[in-house]
Design a protein around this ligand. Sequence first.
Ligand code: NAD
Length: 507
Amino acid sequence: MSDLNVVSISNARIPADPFVARHLIDGDWRSSTDGATFERVSPSHDAVVTVACRGNLLDVDAAISAARRAFDEGRWSATTGKDRATLLLKVADLIDRDRERIAFHETIESGKPISQAMAEIEGAADIWRYAASLARTLHGESHNSLGNDFLGLVLKEPVGVVSIITPWNFPFLIVSQKLPFALAAGCTAVIKPSEMTPATTVILGELLLEAGIPAGVANIVLGFGDPVGAALTTDKRVDMVTFTGSTAVGKAIVETAAGTLKKVSLELGGKNPQVIFPDAELDAAADAVVFGVYFNAGECCNSGSRIIVHEDIAEEFVARTVALSRLVPFGDPLDPSTKVGAIITPEHNNKIDTYVQEARATGASVPLGGKVLEVPGLRGQFYEPTVVTNVTGDMPIAREEVFGPVLSVLTFKTLDEAIALVNDADYGLSAGVWSENVHTCLEFARRAHAGTIWTNTWMDGFAELPFGGVKQSGQGRELGKYGLDEFLEAKTVTMRIGKNREPWVSG
Ligand code: NAD
């Protein structure tokens, strides 16, 4: 273990009293109708950090009723873009004000490093500001080339009531990729955060109330996929579901939402490749590979979990990657120097280990890591930085989301072979290429099947640029102006000019 950079327990402490999380329904904080609660245990410190209300069908019903009423009465949809933008900007300022508090709860519930959580909350505030700018750009089309007798209008209207269901890996950032765009469009919402990470969505609810959001426009119901999440996808008063999470649950939601033909937008998993050509800037590539695989402990839809390296440089590149991996500070997420924190649950830590042991048993080599990491002073769960080589394209570790700090290395000889490996995947979220030859980068960008392509970089994101996947990585887009379009419907208005309509029936 001594050759890894392990950060032992820091001075920062878990509060003695857990955070108490309640539902936000129709502008009020409410307990569950049956009084049920559940606890979240910190994945790093093995202590109860949150006690949350456990939602049931009555709670969901109350939240959907509130959102429906707020929408139908025009409490929000009838406001001006200027008014919506003003509220979203206030929320952004409040997020900035409470950044440390939000980041702290994000860290102790999810296990992500505090420095990373701080950056994510800052990024979330930026997204709220960007969505505010879009709220004032809403407009449709007019068609005046339909002949002298007609004028056509296309109005852009809010979809209506939106269910927002989010995962545990980027709780505050992901709700911020959905809610401000839904609000900018004029929709109302019922939000269900992951049962692992309810606290920061509840804090967001507090900030929305402080900013003056009308009652019922944004509601929060805490609890589990069954029954809360499922009910949010079947109720006919909900017009749209926007979901981020696993592909398996995404598929289930498509089926349940089909009963009422809701619009469904899905941000799902990924098995994202980075292809490294011999002419690449190899130091930069190795650093980006290490960042790509260990960021958020690999519990990241965009994890660069498989690299495809030209065989001429594979040995040297793996050696660089292993050497850099040893320097990455793994350990107590509350220590500001930590870059990789805890794994979300003990069960998930076992699942990561199973992938590695299976790969080893079927011929792969593990030049670094490959087992559970002990962090002095902490009783949570951690996994070692792990590099797996001699991987073939048919191994589960090369095809499935491991969702841990585990890098799979494959090799290629030609661009065609690299592209074939990239596209031989059920997922299509993101892909990267490293080469100093712009033609190689452009050809890769055109031929790789993914929603996002990075050339000579990895995981840079901007509120202005759309994000989403192809194939089993999802449908629809978040961020950019596309993120707003998801929450809008087109309504056609065809107007006859003058009293000159030809009768259909004569006489
Ligand atoms: P998950 O699918 O287990 O849970 C996500 C949310 O769905 C949770 O709130 C959960 O309670 C809820 N849920 C569970 N069953 C449900 C059901 N039947 N109906 C409705 N809701 C239900 O995912 P997770 O483990 O929380 O998150 C990890 C997954 O999310 C990974 O696969 C990751 O790749 C994916 N993810 C994707 C993106 C993206 O933008 N593409 C971003 C982050 C995470």
